[in-house]
Ligand binder design. Structure first.
Ligand SMILES: Cc1ncc(COP(=O)(O)O)c(C=O)c1O
Length: 395
């Protein structure tokens, strides 16, 4: 039997305990929704003041004197180095996950002109499926959907050109093994594009080492970049010279200020830029990343697994028979930083949870998702959350 004191002790021994003070969290709320929108970093007001001050004092000069122009790539390199296992020159921060996936998929299918199929998992976040369908319609590709629970390898053959895959299932938190799946895709002759929105910042990712071709991901979830923060895009260096951006714009031009009427792409990953980026939004992402400096991502993953396992164990011990059913994998090895519960009265339960001070999210009609952000969630919060869940189930 787990006790609340056990969890107090775990918090005391937690090597990441000092990180929580880097975030602003209301006293009367247990926030288990960092998988949707990360918490606000305590330093972010100063970061915002700084960039607004630069705009005030430097005006247009900020673009050249304050590193504003380079931000998509300097911030991309920072995320790549800290969290994605990507050498510099392969990541940019720009646009949204949806737009970046459209850009990469449109470019990737042209690298496999003899292959007529785009593969996508049925379980993928809806926006990824919409993009796959839209690109296929434009290019005449066929879409092959990998049914929920089936392996990608069983659906690969010489007709598949590109596979679009989600690293951590947004609904269930099930992990699709990135290195082995990438290797399978690659050995079939296809290219892989990974959506890392639910894995970046909570587990070790080694894009270069695993031979991943392309990836996209959010910065507003576990990276805490703020609502609507811009997304990242990774394109492996060996492909860069041959990729063409379907929305070419002046920011991605090799010589933007030449102002020529003919497009010539930047030689590197900046070719995936389109229009002018939001410097203020990017600076908030940059400021939020400070919380990851000096942190071993292996510790982050260890705490994430322990938080989610403790939550499941406590539900088994203390909330059995109350209608909650764990939908996420029970093995921590296969589970991301989220636990999804099924409850037939999920919408009513959700309202009671919010009133009692527990914030997860509702995926109607019957799923409740709880995200665990290892940089700021504590073990005691897991205990208190389960107590609230017990009360909310009984009406
Ligand atoms: C897995 C996944 N992919 C894509 C998106 C959409 O990202 P964006 O709104 O930046 O296009 C989300 C948003 O929550 C997501 O969870």
């Amino acid at each position: 039997m787990i006790t609340r004191d056990d969890l107090v002790a775990l918090d005391t021994e937690d090597p990441l305990a000092d990180r929580r003070a880097l975030f602003v969290l209301p006293d009367d709320l247990i926030y288990l929704d960092g998988n949707s929108l990360g918490a606000q970093p305590a330093s972010i007001t100063a970061t915002a003041d700084e960039v607004l001050g630069e705009w005030r004092s430097d005006l247009i000069g900020g673009w050249t004197d304050r590193g504003w122009w380079e931000m998509p790539s300097t911030l991309g390199d920072r995320i790549g180095g800290l969290l994605l296992g990507a050498e510099a020159g392969q990541v940019v921060v720009t646009d949204t996950v949806t737009v970046n996936l459209f850009k990469l998929l449109s470019a990737a299918v042209r690298l496999r002109p003899d292959r007529a199929v785009i593969l996508v998992a049925e379980s993928s976040f809806p926006t990824d499926r919409y993009v796959v369908d839209a690109v296929a319609r434009r290019t005449g590709h066929e879409v092959r959907v990998v049914p929920r629970g089936e392996s990608v390898a069983d659906h690969l053959d010489e007709s598949v050109g590109v596979a679009v895959l989600e690293h951590v299932d947004f609904r269930t938190a099930e992990i699709r093994d990135l290195p082995s799946t990438t290797a399978e895709v690659r050995s079939s002759g296809a290219l892989s594009i990974w959506d890392l929105s639910h894995s970046a910042g909570v587990m070790k990712i080694e894009l270069d080492r695993s031979g991943t071709d392309f990836a996209v991901g959010c910065t507003y979830k576990f990276l805490n970049g703020g609502p609507g923060a811009p997304a990242f895009l990774y394109a492996a260096s060996q492909h860069l010279a041959t990729l063409s951006n379907p929305i070419p714009g002046w920011l991605g031009h090799a010589d933007p200020f030449a102002m020529t009427g003919t497009y010539a792409p930047d030689p590197g990953v900046r070719r995936f830029l389109t229009g002018t980026h939001s410097v203020t939004a990017m600076r908030l992402v940059d400021g939020a990343l400070d919380a990851f400096e000096g942190v071993d991502i292996v510790e982050v993953r260890a705490k994430s697994s322990r938080l989610t396992s403790t939550f499941i164990d406590l539900l088994d011990e203390r909330a059995a028979g109350l209608g909650y059913e764990v939908v996420s994998p029970r093995s921590a090895e296969h589970r991301g930083s989220q636990v999804t519960l099924h409850h037939v009265e999920a919408p009513a339960v959700f309202d009671r949870l919010v009133s009692a001070g527990l914030r997860g999210d509702l995926r109607s009609p019957s799923l409740l998702r709880f995200g665990f952000a290892p940089l700021y969630n504590t073990y005691v919060e897991v205990w208190d959350a389960v107590e609230i869940l017990r009360g909310a189930a009984s009406g």
